[in-house]
Every structure is written in C-alpha cells, then in structure tokens.
Design a protein around this ligand. Structure first.
Ligand code: SF4
Length: 383
C-alpha cells in the first residue's frame, strides 16, 4: 500500500485550547463502531457522561443548542480526552484535520483547510509543495476500480501541479491552463479515448496552449460584466447550501452588500483597486497563497474522478473556490478600509472550507452548478 502526504504534513500540531475556533462545534461528529463499543463497555466514573452524551441511534455525539459537542468544555477542550485519554477518542476526532482519499492500494492524506492551524500552515508556505510517498505492507482490491484511468489522472494531476507551480507565469494564465488541460482530458475520457490523454499531456508539456491561455486570461481580466455575473452566480449558489454555522450567513450577506450593493461600476472599481493593492501593497504574496490553495484543491479532489469521470468539474471547483475566496477577501478589504493581513486570509479560507468541504450535499450543489457553467473562462471551447 502506498501512502502520500504533502511535505508540510508532519509539521501540523493541534493547538487545542489556543485555537481561535474549535472543530467540535457546528457539525455532527459521527463515531465509528469500535469506539462506540468501547464507550458502551466503559464502567469507570466517566461512563454516565458517555451514556448521556452519545446519540446511540445515530452514532453521533450529542450537541447543545449552539451545536457544541457534549464533550466540549467551556474553554474549548475535550472532556473525554481529559478523562479517558487520547486512545479513547473516536476515529473522526483522532484523525481530524487529516483527510484521506482512498484508491486501490493508495491512500492520499491531506490536512483539511477547515482547521485554522492547518490553513495557516498551508497558506504560509513559501516554497512550492511537494508530495511524499511511502510504501507499507498491505494490498487492497476495489471492485470496479479502473487502474488505467487512475494512472492517467495522476499523470494529469502532476502536470497540473507543474503548471500551477510555474512562477514565471501570471496566476490567471496558470488557472486557464489547468482548466484547459482538465477539459481536454475530460473530452478524451468521455469519448472513450483514455490514451488520447497522452497527446494532451505532450501538448501541455510543449507549451502549445500557453500563448492562447495568456490571451484568454487577458480577456477575462478585462471583462468585468462577465466576472460580476459569475461572482453573483457563485454567491447566489452559496446561499443555497446547507448552513453549518450561523455566522457564515452573516459573512455572505455582508460580502454581497460590499461587492454588488452599488452596481456594476462600483464592482469594477472595487475589484480593480483590490487587485492592484494585492499585487503592490499586500503584506503577503497573493500569487503564492493562490498557488498553495489551488494545489491543495487539485491534490485533494482531482483523482476522485476515477469514480465518476468528472475530471473537468474538479478543476473548475478548484478555480471557483479560489475565486470565491478572492471575492470574500475583496469585501473584507473594503470593510477594513483597504487593509488585510494573513490572519484575515486564514480566517476566510478556513470558514469557507468548513461550509463547503465538509458537507457532501454542499459539494454536490457546487459541482452541479459548475457543470452547467462549462463555458466559464471560455475554457469549454478549448481544443
Ligand atoms: S480546529 Fe484544528 S487546531 Fe483547532 S482544535 Fe481542531 S484540530 Fe486543533
């Protein structure tokens, strides 16, 4: 079995009570069978609390009216951990924020951006991320798993990493190239020509599409009405998502007012000023932050297309997520009277990730919306 992790993975440390948020509120924590059995058999002084605080029917931990886990203390520490030790935590609590994507004989592990400390680690990394793979004993066969498609997806993903980490190219060009490559792979796979992907890879390695991507990026940069239509649509969709935290709705509302409340001209002015500030005066390098976000989304989701062949939409999702984060930051910048720091970026990123990445239903709504928007960025027409 092969295990892959990003190179910053081992640096992660949970800061528990020092954390500005908690991962034990807002969403349902589902406990695994083995842990539930141990809780059932617990006979010590803590057993009464366990009996009351576990929802045995739904295999979850009960929550209070503010959706805080029944085991969470007022100072945001875990009472179960304090009384029974780390070994007794259920698998969800032991593993979070580690996230595992499962493939035949391969496990790809990431740190979820929904944890502020993990987000801080990812977003503050200056060098391009590399991925480390180790082999350990064990094999596993998955019914219906297509190893050939998986192999093409990993090859395509590696090429996307190289494009996204090509710091000689403007960021918009890298995004257009990522989308174009994914779109071309999708067309070959849909048409039953999986090995046609090799020709696509060759063209992108030889940089055949690089100048066309530059022209498309330039058209996109200048087309404010189109950017605004797309942003409005994305923010309209975000309103339809299952709400995990009440304060998220407030943030969305506030963002819509700042961005769209005064019409198209104001949107164009605000986003132009924000873009200028980001590249000239920001106390952080937005291109690097953006690169790390895109690499994170592609690493985590792209190869999942082996199960549904939805290659292009996974690349679209990466670009759309970054576009939404960018707009949330633009509104925050306006609210802060034209300033932002990395803590604002971290906060926006982890809150966005909590709402979108931890709900299957929310991910499905986002995917469906993006599938209907195939021509976004003009990429749908790429060869
Ligand atoms: S959100 Fe992250 S840092 Fe905060 S308590 Fe949870 S795991 Fe620890």
């Amino acid at each position: 079995m092969f295990y892959t992790i990003p190179d910053y993975y081992e640096e992660f440390r949970c800061i528990a009570g020092e954390c500005e948020d908690t991962c034990c509120a807002g969403w349902q924590i589902v406990a695994d069978e083995k842990s539930l059995e141990e809780y059932r058999q617990e006979t010590g002084a803590y057993s009464a609390k366990l009996q009351q605080s576990v929802d045995w029917q739904n295999h979850t931990f009960r929550q209070d009216a503010e959706k805080r886990c029944a085991f969470l203390t007022e100072d945001n520490l875990c009472e179960m951990y304090q009384n029974l030790g780390a070994d007794k935590l259920c698998r969800t609590c032991r593993e979070y924020p580690r996230h595992t994507e499962e493939f035949e004989d391969v496990r790809e592990i990431s740190l979820s951006l929904s944890c502020p400390e993990a987000a801080r680690l990812v977003l503050n990394k200056k060098e391009p991320v590399c991925f480390l793979t180790k082999e350990r004993d064990g094999e596993e066969e998955f019914d219906g798993f297509d190893p050939f498609l998986y192999s093409k997806l990993t090859e395509g993903r590696q090429l996307i990493f190289e494009i996204l980490q090509n710091r000689n190219l403007p960021m918009e060009n890298r995004v257009i190239l990522m989308l174009g490559l994914a779109f071309n792979m999708q067309t070959r796979v849909k048409g039953g020509h999986l090995f046609g992907c090799d020709e696509v890879f060759q063209k992108y390695r030889q940089q055949v599409h690089f100048s066309e991507a530059g022209r498309r990026a330039e058209r996109w940069r200048r087309d404010f009405p189109r950017q605004m239509r797309f942003a409005r649509k994305m923010f309209g969709n975000l309103r339809k998502l299952e709400l995990l935290r009440e304060d998220w709705e407030r943030l969305l509302k506030e963002t819509r007012v700042y961005l769209f409340g005064k019409g198209r001209r104001r949107y164009a002015q605000l986003t132009t000023d924000f873009r200028l500030w980001l590249y000239k005066d920001a106390p952080f390098d937005w291109n690097i932050v953006c690169e790390q976000l895109l690499v994170y989304y592609i690493y985590t989701y792209f190869c999942g297309a082996v199960y549904d062949e939805k290659i292009f939409v996974n690349a679209q999702m990466a670009a759309a997520n970054v576009a939404v984060i960018w707009h949330l930051l633009a509104a925050r910048w306006e609210k802060n009277e034209h300033t932002l720091d990395m803590e604002d970026v971290t906060e926006i990123v982890y809150r966005f990730s909590r709402e979108v990445e931890h709900s299957e239903e929310n991910l499905r709504i986002m995917w469906e919306m993006l599938e209907k928007e195939e021509k976004w960025f003009g990429t749908g027409r790429a060869r």
